[in-house]
Unconditional design. Structure first.
Ligand code: SF4
Length: 265
């Protein structure tokens, strides 16, 4: 594969995403290929424009301005699936949910659940480590108005499908918001999971268990940690904590807490 100036393999078409994702042998390869993806012209233009213009308060920072790969180890039993990076959050820092108010919420909750070693996630190199969980997004590029198109969602879905396939111990998927909920079902179908018909509607607290080639996977619905939800009280910390507590419960008895409170898979 051709590589870009930073050494990331470049993918330019939806068909290329399918091929490149399938051929990714591990998460490191997948993350690098995601980081070099240019398959959605509208999103490529937007993410790079945002990175060039910058928000005034971040004008001295070098924005990532690329797709944002997932975070977390390959032995994760829990996946958290969000919508897409924020223009001045993940698109700036290069780490999923890092550097914005949504990230403040999800990482604090992951820390309370014993899945992160610290409650904050501000920048790469801040010491954050997550255990037992992989955090990803349905769409990897920051979209205008936080609104990817259905075509962009579908183009990006092979990256998520491959990411989940590279988590052999996965037992629970926590989906943040209706967009990710809708995006996940075709991904699971492609991975060989038998899906309920009709597709379950998104709801906070929804719980659906599906069977697939690697056993059962439980999908949990949770309101997205967006400011529209957290500022208005539609999503509260106890509500988020309850979903993550259910996720860790379902993830199995092998989840143990270390001395620092983090979960040991
Ligand atoms: S949204 Fe996904 S498929 Fe589209 S350019 Fe970004 S990483 Fe590639």
């Amino acid at each position: 594969m051709a590589v870009d100036a930073q050494g990331f393999p470049v993918t330019r078409t939806p068909a290329g995403v399918v091929r490149s994702a399938r051929a990714s042998r591990d998460l490191a390869v997948l993350d690098a290929r995601i980081s070099g993806c240019r398959a959605c012209p509208r999103l490529v233009a937007w993410r790079e424009e945002v990175a060039r213009v910058k928000r005034a308060s971040f004008r001295d920072e070098d924005y990532w301005g690329r797709p944002v790969p997932g975070l977390g180890p390959a032995d994760a039993r829990i996946a958290v699936v969000g919508l897409a990076p924020a223009a001045h959050g993940g698109n700036r820092t290069g780490r999923v949910f890092t550097g914005d108010r949504s990230g403040d919420w999800i990482f604090a909750a992951l820390w309370r659940a014993g899945l992160a070693n610290q409650p904050t996630s501000t920048h790469v190199g801040d010491g954050l480590a997550v255990t037992g969980v992989r955090i990803a997004a349905a769409v990897r590029c920051a979209p205008p108005d936080n609104a990817p198109t259905p075509a962009e969602r579908d183009t990006c879905s092979p990256w998520l499908a491959r990411e989940l396939a590279l988590l052999p111990r996965l037992r629970v998927a926590v989906v943040l918001g209706g967009f990710g909920w809708t995006a996940l079902w075709p991904v699971l179908a492609a991975a060989g999971y038998a899906l309920p018909r009709p597709r379950p509607a998104f709801a906070h607290g929804a719980e659906v268990t599906v069977s697939g080639p690697r056993g059962e996977l439980t999908v949990l619905g949770c309101y997205h940690v967006s400011q529209q939800n957290t500022f208005t009280g539609r999503l509260t910390e106890p509500m988020l904590d309850a979903v993550l507590a259910r996720a860790t419960e379902l993830a199995g008895s092998g989840v143990e807490r270390g001395e620092d409170g983090s979960v040991r898979p």
